[in-house]
Design a protein around this ligand. Structure first.
Ligand SMILES: C[S@@+](CC[C@H](N)C(=O)[O-])C[C@H]1O[C@@H](n2cnc3c(N)ncnc32)[C@H](O)[C@@H]1O
Length: 279
């Protein structure tokens, strides 16, 4: 039996099985997809089997993950980008592409990506929007090193910087300009839900997943910060857990912030967005 068939029989998805083979034989994904039946040395097969038996996610085995059609480096210090996070990217692009102020803003519109991890959200947006600049913020220096590497690999390093900062203390001190877009995919899993998670989740950094206050602490802090920012045009986009929209909307409304909730492709609440425009 080919190693590809073995991987599929063990329950891996088609794309994960092809990705492992492509990583092992150092051939592009699309070439392996056309013919995945490569011969793999026994010693290497054994290593991969052991990692999969230990529930190590495929992205940590290959060291990469596709997000919005681009490849991102990932390590066990970064969350593995999720397809549902592409809903947030879509929402930002759909809104910003309609705004003429995006191209006329001086200084250039700033996208501040909070909890940036691998940088997948920020860097995808910078690739699509050549007129904007970006700042990625995270508490993890190791995650930021990966984000920086991704920014260089994607050719946008000259338009972004990365700041190590604990966002529970508010935003880092930096020049925000006149038009600010805040994107955020904070940790939002409650301690009790985390304990019930699938084994593979325990290989990702708990820091990237678990949040105090039943998963809401970062949203509360962020909304407070946003409500008190003195800025003319601010647009915010948060990824949220599928059952969190009502509670977060209430926090926002209590601070006089209006919001919209957007759903992912599976029909689940996934993004909360709002704006503060003062003239
Ligand atoms: C859910 S991950 C999001 C990563 C990436 N934006 C994505 O969508 O794949 C959350 C990130 O928040 C960071 N983080 C956790 N607590 C933080 C804090 N208090 N201040 C700043 N960053 C924090 C973690 O290191 C992690 O990279």
């Amino acid at each position: 039996m080919s190693f590809y068939d073995e991987l599929r029989d063990s329950g891996l998805t088609y794309s994960d099985a092809v990705d492992i083979i492509s990583f092992l034989v150092k051939q592009p994904y699309h070439e392996v997809a056309a013919n995945p039946y490569y011969k793999i040395p026994l010693a290497i097969k054994k290593k991969i089997r052991a990692k999969l038996a230990d529930s190590i996610p495929v992205a940590y085995i290959t060291g990469r993950k596709e997000f919005y059609g681009r490849e991102f480096k990932v390590t066990p210090d970064t969350l593995i980008p999720r397809p549902e996070t592409e809903t947030l990217v879509e929402a930002v692009l759909a809104d910003l592409s309609k705004k003429q102020s995006l191209t006329t803003a001086k200084p250039a519109c700033l996208i501040m990506d909070l909890y940036t991890g691998s940088g997948c959200i920020l860097l995808t947006l910078l690739k699509a929007l050549p007129e904007v600049r970006g700042i990625g913020v995270d508490i993890s220096a190791k995650a930021l090193a990966v984000a920086r590497e991704n920014s260089e690999h994607l050719g946008v390093a000259d338009r972004c910087e990365f700041i190590e900062h604990d966002l529970l203390n508010g935003l880092p001190d930096c020049e925000l300009g006149d038009m600010l877009v805040i994107t955020a995919n904070p940790p939002y899993v409650s301690n009790s839900d985390y304990e019930k998670s699938a084994a593979s989740l325990f290989h990702e950094p708990a820091l990237a997943l678990v949040a105090e206050d039943e998963g809401y602490i970062h949203y509360k802090k962020l909304l407070n910060t946003i409500a008190n920012l003195a800025i003319n045009r601010l647009y915010f986009y948060f990824e949220i857990g599928a059952t969190q929209a009502e509670t977060i909307r209430k926090y926002a409304n209590d601070l006089a912030l209006g919001t919209r909730t957007l759903r992912d492709l599976a029909g689940r609440d996934r993004v909360m967005t709002g704006q503060v425009v003062r003239f």
